[in-house]
Design a protein. Structure first.
Length: 166
């Protein structure tokens, strides 16, 4: 599935609101619920002990590198306590390593090879989720959402194929 280009808004013209019908809104809600359900199922298929919060922290560490829990909390806009509890569980599951220099309070969270492999598998699952939405709701008027999902799927497939070649 190829993403259709999104037309640019001419300079000086803001986007005009479009009227949504109850059916349009119902389609979007069904699509969001479907994507959420498929995401949770894909994550549980990889590791039943993982939840969205775990994936979110691991994804952040992959994109930004090792960091201290307070930095992760600020970037994820969650409490430090939640990041610390999430990281502790990920440590028990061998998804992250903790390192500290001389000061025991200066702990850094780092991805393990197991986490890297899980994230690659999840990327592949996310690409299939984006494509699977068309199968679950073929009659829905979701053109803008489908364009975004196609873009994500194409980008993830490209990223996965690029990383395999390394």
């Amino acid at each position: 599935m190829k993403a259709e280009p999104i037309p640019a808004t001419p300079p000086g013209q803001g986007r005009q609101p479009t009227e949504k019908t109850a059916e349009d809104i119902a389609d979007m809600v069904r699509a969001a619920a479907t994507v959420s359900e498929m995401f949770a199922a894909a994550l549980k298929a990889i590791d039943p002990d993982l939840a969205f919060t775990h994936w979110n922290l691991l994804s952040l560490l992959r994109s930004e590198g090792p960091m201290r829990p307070f930095q992760a909390a600020a970037r994820l806009r969650v409490s430090r306590q939640l990041v610390f509890q999430t990281a502790k569980k990920l440590g028990r599951l061998d998804y992250v390593f903790f390192s500290s220099e001389e000061d025991r309070r200066a702990v850094t969270i780092t991805l393990s090879p197991k986490a890297e492999a899980m994230l690659v598998r999840m990327d592949e699952s996310l690409a299939s989720i984006a494509l699977g939405l068309n199968e679950r709701a073929p009659g829905a008027a979701l053109r803008p959402l489908r364009n975004v999902l196609a873009f994500i799927a194409n980008g993830l497939n490209r990223e996965v194929h690029d990383s395999v070649g390394r």
